[in-house]
Write a protein that binds this ligand. Structure first.
Ligand code: 5AD
Ligand code: SF4
Length: 438
């Protein structure tokens, strides 16, 4: 039998791309491809790309340049670009990088078998449609192989919010939810394969409407699955945090006390210009309600500094909001104009000013994250072991609050859920010791 063809996938950007890459690899598995983690060995290289910020898109072109010698050495090598850059740039990618054989947008992955067959004949294959059919229904059924204890599961895609800076509504299209029954079937299947924690994914996951009772209804149904111990979801919009979801954070034991709730700015003037449709005050009130339901919840956020028109006072308002919330995790970015978005028409804040603001904001966020992490020392946590640590006999996993915890546990295995006492806090992780049941 001929050696199987080898597939190298590189994933950029958000967790939805991680999930999509898994599904693409499984689908191409049906076409005889096995995955390799060495680009040099590959018969097909697929870049699953991100278009959210300028740097992310530029990285794709420089990465493609690096593959040129591989293609020269092996002319049969197929190079594909998937994901949001593929959607946004389409055939332009092949013009800029003629060695690219295949371009596929995020809603057309189920057509990969046809596209790779076409690329195999030496033709250029391009599909950036938003087809009527649900790609997940048409993707290859997931194989039954055993897998690790945590998994992503995409339940919602696209976004109807149209924040003035964001390309997502254009690259991923309108909000679409997968029906709850299909999500539940996939979740049961993952649990049978060893998964104990599922993170539900969506660009606006809390706008999920594939269940009559929304995302909270889906979470409660998932919580019924024996063997599924933990549920998380990301990423959410403040305006879609409904009462049932807030209540679930208090009442559903399997729903972990962690919430990524981007606010972007603390200035009402900028929030309006961003088309966020909420104010700093309404966000703070929402946080109060969430904390009333689940006092120990760890909050995470996204921030943009240097949005067009942002003044020193606007930035000071963002710093004040961050002080008021106290984030345990955060992602902050310098605004980058994205072609086709309304904000791209406006004049940028000078780069030095935006850089200085980003530094100041990141310093504050880092201090907050560290303080919240340090405060875990002396407390108990529940840790789901994901892999062996660097030291012999050590395992690493995540706490309920998504902190990485190193634990000495020579007899433990991946997937064990253990209670630990947190002993020490380091730069990016905690160290704990097992609490043995009496
Ligand atoms: N410039 C900078 N940051 C952006 N984000 C989205 N679009 C842009 C942009 N044009 C950030 C937002 C969003 C996160 C995923 O990326 O903070 O929540
Ligand atoms: Fe982009 Fe705003 Fe939609 Fe988030 S809510 S994906 S930032 S448009």
């Amino acid at each position: 039998m001929a050696d199987p063809k080898k597939l190298f996938i590189k994933t950029y950007g958000c967790q939805m791309n991680v999930y999509d890459s898994e599904r693409m690899a499984e689908t191409l598995g049906g076409e005889g491809y096995v995955q390799t983690d060495r680009a040099e060995d590959a018969d097909m290289i697929l870049l699953n790309t991100c278009h959210i910020r300028e740097k992310a898109a530029e990285k794709v072109y420089s990465e493609l340049g690096r593959f040129k010698p591989l293609k020269t050495a092996k002319p049969d090598l197929k190079i594909g670009v998937a994901g949001c850059v593929a959607q946004a740039e389409g055939a332009e990618i092949m013009r800029r990088q003629p060695m690219v054989d295949l371009v596929v947008g995020p809603q057309a992955y189920h057509r990969l078998p046809d596209l790779t067959a076409k690329a195999g004949t030496g033709a250029k294959a391009l599909d950036t449609d938003f087809p009527e059919e649900d790609k997940f229904d048409h993707l290859m059924a997931r194989p039954k192989a055993k897998r690790g204890p945590t998994a992503f599961l995409t339940v919602q895609e696209g976004c109807d919010k149209f924040c003035a800076f964001c390309v997502v509504p254009y690259t991923r299209g309108a909000e679409v939810s997968r029906p709850a029954a299909r999500v539940l079937t996939e979740a049961r299947d993952l649990v049978e394969r060893g998964v104990r924690e599922i993170t539900l994914l969506g660009q606006n996951v809390n706008a999920y409407h594939g269940h009559a009772k929304g995302l909270a209804g889906l979470i409660w149904d998932l919580a019924e699955i024996d063997g599924l111990e933990r549920i998380r979801f990301t990423t959410s919009h403040p305006n879609d945090m409904d009462d049932a979801l807030i209540a679930a954070h208090g009442d559903c034991a399997k729903l972990m006390p962690y919430l990524h709730l981007p606010v972007q700015s603390g200035s009402d003037r900028i929030l309006k210009a961003m088309n966020r449709k909420h104010s700093a005050e309404s966000y703070l009130r929402l946080i109060e309600r969430i904390r009333a339901a689940r006092p120990d919840i760890l909050l995470s956020g996204d921030f943009i500094v240097g949005f067009p028109g942002e003044t020193d006072q606007d930035f000071a308002d963002t710093m004040a909001l961050v002080e008021a919330v106290q984030y345990g995790q955060a992602y902050s970015f310098k605004y980058s104009a994205r072609p086709g978005t309304p904000a791209a028409e406006k004049e940028d804040v000078p780069a030095e000013i935006a850089d200085a603001r980003l530094q100041e904001l990141q310093a504050l966020l880092t201090r907050q994250q560290r303080a919240i992490q340090d405060a875990k020392v002396g407390t108990e946590a529940q840790v789901l072991f994901e892999k062996p640590g660097r030291l012999p006999g050590q395992m690493v996993g995540k706490s309920e609050h998504l902190h990485a915890v190193h634990v000495e546990a020579p007899n433990a295995a991946r997937g064990d859920l253990v209670r630990v006492r947190i002993e020490e806090s380091a730069a990016n992780s905690l160290r704990g010791t097992l609490i043995h049941a009496a």
